[in-house]
Design a binder for this molecule. Structure first.
Ligand code: AMP
Length: 225
């Protein structure tokens, strides 16, 4: 089976984590979320977590040197060698160049960059109401649009649901500003590389999932030819 190496692009709250969780199951890809990796380093009180925390709390990007080695090691791990789905990386052009170089060193390349588009006002509504499972941050809910069966409890494993520290309105605004300034230029970057595929993230999650799944199934077939 040819490997699918994918990037999920799009603003915070576009549904990258939700879709990645589903596509991971559909295609057996490693879901690599740099945000989840950083939050776990913060929770464990590691040196890397200490260096990252202030930036994350403010909604700024952590410096490239804090994150790049962590990411390159991760995509070379055994479970990612058959293909990966990057969620939250790259966040700027220098990270995109680093990723290209890291893949090239191993004779690998990107298959596609999947862009999930959602307007800012909708993102603010989504992020302020977002709740995540303490045990598995890929289990994601919304107090109004996708509530759990029992308030504050994860349907999938019964763990407590919490609000992420950076899901406050002020930090969300800053994260969106950072996205438009530093990450959105990657849309043109991947368009130039002929890798960009766009998806309408305002559609219901099941529908976005169907579109993504159909695109990836076609990509996989194309890679086999
Ligand atoms: P996320 O869960 O992807 O929204 O990421 C949460 C926070 O982690 C971001 O606001 C950044 O502070 C940090 N972060 C995650 N991925 C990256 C990255 N690729 N480069 C820099 N900072 C990142």
């Amino acid at each position: 089976m040819p490997e699918l190496n994918l990037i999920l692009l799009g603003p915070p709250g576009a549904g990258k984590g939700t879709q990645a969780e589903r596509l991971q199951v559909d295609f057996g890809l490693a879901h690599v979320s740099t945000g989840d990796m950083l939050r776990s380093q913060v929770a464990d009180g590691t040196e890397l977590g200490r260096r990252a925390k202030d930036y994350m709390d403010k909604g700024d990007l952590v410096p490239d040197e804090v994150i790049v080695d962590m990411l390159t090691e991760r995509i070379e791990a055994a479970d990612a060698r058959e293909g990966f789905l990057l969620d939250g990386f790259p966040r700027n052009e220098s990270q995109a160049d680093t990723l290209d170089a890291a893949l090239g060193r191993h004779g690998r390349r990107l298959s596609a960059a999947l862009m999930i588009a959602v307007p800012d006002e909708e993102l603010v509504r989504r992020l302020t109401g977002r709740r995540v499972c303490v045990k598995n941050p890929s289990h994601i809910y919304h107090v109004e649009f996708d509530p759990p069966k029992h308030e504050g409890v994860c349907d999938q494993d019964g763990a407590r649901l919490i609000q992420r520290d950076d899901d406050s309105e002020e930090t969300i605004r800053r994260r969106l500003e950072v996205y438009h300034g530093q990450t959105a230029p990657l849309i043109a970057y991947y368009e130039r590389a002929g890798l960009l595929r766009r998806f309408d993230g305002t559609r219901p999650p099941d529908e976005v999932h169907r579109h993504l799944r159909a695109t990836l199934a076609t990509l996989r077939l194309e890679e086999q030819i």
